[in-house]
Design a protein around this ligand. Structure first.
Ligand code: IPE
Ligand code: IPE
Ligand code: MG
Length: 263
């Protein structure tokens, strides 16, 4: 009997390379962003077909606000269009959408649409799609630290109770399994201030392929690479159960080592 392939429960993706995709065609960068929107749907369908539970997409970083105003404006228009157009499709496919990042920076109109999309899809359970928009990993850690400080200030928490779990519970995505697999398209070998805390034990996979050129074969290549990895969480290979540590994020990072060896 063959064992079923190990599928990541949570896939986190940096969708990079839109600008270069357009430049290679001598087109403005916004054309690349438009083409990138199609790849988002392909990625969602792939996750639905493979049974991935959570897909987190890095759509716009806190640093991306510093791009030329016309590019930021074009990205905002694309974002609004996608919010209007795609909600029914997400509903049909059973996708629950959530946003992480500094929502208020988008202004009331876009933030209101984000709230509405979350409300409309809240009970869908086939796939949770997390869109990281105006998100920065450092800012995520800083706001969790601020939340801890506020709890201490009002007497809800003692400083000696601050530990990894207390900080982790105040970070984005704390109610979801941590990412099992990280994919970055576009060839850059960096994290670019994505989920700094949450990626502690995530398997990393990079491809030269530009985001608008994404296809099923590339995503399958990433899943195959993931299935072949041995996740040791700091232990030795000999300490792992036969067949290796679970491929999924079932084991929270902080508890990983003790859970695997069963004490
Ligand atoms: C990723 O593609 C999309 C966003 C950051 C919004 P880029 O726009 O960064 O494309 P490249 O990296 O310049 O090719
Ligand atoms: C990361 O890509 C952010 C998103 C894909 C949303 P960037 O293109 O902004 O990252 P750098 O500048 O190459 O590090
Ligand atoms: Mg880029």
């Amino acid at each position: 009997m063959t064992t079923p392939p190990r599928i990541p429960r949570h896939l986190a993706v940096i969708m990079d390379g839109n600008g270069r995709w357009a430049a290679r065609r001598r087109r403005p960068r916004v054309i690349g962003h438009r083409a990138g929107a199609r790849a988002v749907n392909l990625c969602i369908d792939f996750c639905l077909a493979r049974g991935v539970e959570v897909l987190t997409l890095f759509a716009f970083s806190s640093e991306n606000w510093g791009r030329p105003p016309d590019e930021v404006g074009a990205l905002m228009r694309l974002f609004v269009n996608a919010l209007e157009r795609e909600i029914d499709e997400l509903q049909r496919r059973g996708v629950c959408v959530r946003f992480v990042g500094e929502r208020t920076r988008f202004g009331a109109a876009i933030a209101g649409r984000m709230d509405a999309a979350e409300r409309a899809t809240a009970t869908n359970a086939r796939l949770t799609l997390v869109v990281a928009a105006s998100y920065g990993g450092r800012q995520d850690i800083a706001s969790a630290a601020r939340a801890l400080a506020e709890d201490v200030a009002v007497g809800r928490l003692r400083p000696e109770d601050i530990d990894e779990a207390a900080l982790g519970a105040r970070m984005a995505l704390s109610d979801l399994p941590p990412p099992d697999l990280f994919i970055r398209t576009g060839g850059e070998l960096r994290i670019s201030n994505f989920l700094l805390w949450q990626l502690a034990y995530t398997e990393l996979w990079f491809t030269e392929r530009l985001w608008p050129d994404l296809d099923d074969a590339t995503l399958q290549e990433a899943l195959d690479a993931f299935a072949a990895r041995e996740r040791r969480y700091g232990l030795t290979g000999e300490q792992l159960p036969v067949g290796g540590a679970p491929a999924t994020g079932a084991i929270p990072v902080a508890a990983a080592a003790t859970d695997i060896i069963g004490r």
